[in-house]
Ligand binder design. Structure first.
Ligand SMILES: *Cc1c(COP(=O)(O)O)cnc(C)c1O
Length: 408
């Protein structure tokens, strides 16, 4: 890993990945190997004893993974100092998907009899992991509105077995935001750790470690990769000793390791994170402003608008507003379907964070299986459209949205 501390985000993503390879490859080599050879028993012993377990067996680590992990750790730690003025050191473990990294996070921090507290608006996979797998493992999950800090504190007191508070801000897909710093202060007063799903914001827009949290999680499938070319998850922690012992062990034993081919795509994608995000964010603001004044639209849900309930919190803890937004069509289900079908440039797909604009209609897609009353309770109304704004030229997005809105 390059030990240099770079001033900017792009320099960090371009120059942190490992260039120390024997054959002078400019890009990070793809170490497509399950195992690593030893010249002698002596050398084998040295590598097994070493802190660096990346040249033994790929489930334990691989130099291609190390390159990606170093970039993400450098981004999340960028500019953050410990109380003694030394730079923050983070350990990152790359996984095959966000879900795999989330499993390592929860299972290495919680065991039977423990309680996990989280906000009620979460990514669907996270909520199911809590309510199905953790539940059967004897770990209790309490979902409350953690925007209400009094309710949070009361919930911690009522559940003295609480070990972890997991936050997702902004949340996918509702875009609800929670105050990371205020919640972390309360949690730490009660000896409870805090993890943050930073997928939607990316380390460029939001750095939870600067606000005191213990863990950061990403589905690197989204903006970090940026091109929708592979799945990945990453778990980062600042307790170096705990990360290198228990968390590493659980990661290796659960078997959610990444693969070198996909990791190469992630490393390439991350090189343009800053320039992509600047364009994603400026496009999203223009799209949100355009939609807000359109007569076919009831409501726009965008953290950058003062009408967003957590606009103040989002503005305080993020450098720019995220390029994920949703909006409500006046015409309900029928208008939603017509609008989606009429799009000619935007891509009809679930997921988020790709260079092209992705548009989905939760009522007929991601949330189709959920009874109508229930999904409406969670804010997934009939005419709700979710949009991950891409880096296209804004004039084309404006043209596409205008013509599709004219057809509903
Ligand atoms: C996609 C996503 C996940 C899950 O990640 P996968 O890479 O799909 O396993 C978790 N949290 C958020 C906020 C996501 O958007």
């Amino acid at each position: 890993m390059s030990k240099k501390k770079f001033k900017g985000i792009s320099t960090t993503t371009l120059h942190t990945a490992n260039h120390e390879n024997d054959n002078f490859s400019h890009t990070t080599p793809i170490y497509a190997t399950s195992t690593f050879t030893f010249d002698s028993t002596e050398e084998g012993m040295e590598r097994f004893k070493s802190d660096d377990k990346t040249r033994i067996y790929t489930r334990w680590g691989n130099p291609t993974f190390t390159a990606a992990q170093d970039v993400i750790a450098a981004l999340e730690a960028h500019g953050i100092k410990n109380a003694d003025g030394s730079p923050l050191e983070l350990i990152a473990y790359l996984h095959s998907s966000g879900q795999a990294a989330m499993s390592t996070l929860f299972l290495s921090n919680l065991s039977a009899g423990d309680t996990l507290i989280s906000h009620y608006s979460l990514y669907g996979g996270t909520q199911e992991l809590m309510q199905k797998i953790l539940k059967e493992a004897g770990i209790k999950t309490v979902l409350v509105d953690v925007r209400d800090l009094k309710l949070l504190e009361q919930t911690i007191k009522e559940n003295p077995t609480t070990k972890l508070i997991h936050l997702e801000t902004p949340a996918n897909p509702t875009l609800q935001c929670v105050d990371i710093e205020a919640i972390t202060t309360i949690a730490h007063q009660h000896g409870v750790k805090v993890s943050v799903d930073n997928t939607v914001a990316t380390p460029y827009l939001q750095q939870p470690f600067a606000l005191g949290v213990d863990y950061v999680f990403h589905s690197a499938t989204k903006f970090l990769n940026g091109h929708g070319s592979a799945l990945h998850g990453v778990l980062l922690g600042k307790d170096v000793e705990y990360m290198k012992t228990k968390v590493w062990k659980w990661h290796v034993l659960l078997g959610g390791n990444a693969n070198a081919f996909d990791t190469y795509l992630l490393i390439q994608g991350m090189k343009t994170l800053e320039v992509r995000m600047d364009r994603h964010c400026s496009n999203a603001k223009k799209v949100a402003d355009f939609l807000a004044q359109h007569p076919a639209i009831e409501k726009v849900n965008y953290t950058g608008h003062a009408s967003h309930p957590e606009h103040a919190i989002a503005s305080k803890q993020m450098k720019q507003h995220v390029p994920l937004l949703s909006f409500e069509l006046k015409g309900g289900l029928d208008a939603g379907k017509k609008f989606i079908d009429a799009l000619e440039i935007c891509t009809r797909a679930v997921s988020l964070g790709t260079v092209d604009t992705l548009v989905s209609h939760p009522a007929t897609m991601t949330h189709y299986g959920i009874p109508r009353d229930e999904r409406i309770k969670y804010g997934i109304t009939d005419g709700l459209i979710r949009m991950s704004v891409g880096i296209e030229n804004f004039e084309d997005l404006e043209w596409d949205l205008s013509q599709a809105l004219a057809k509903i």
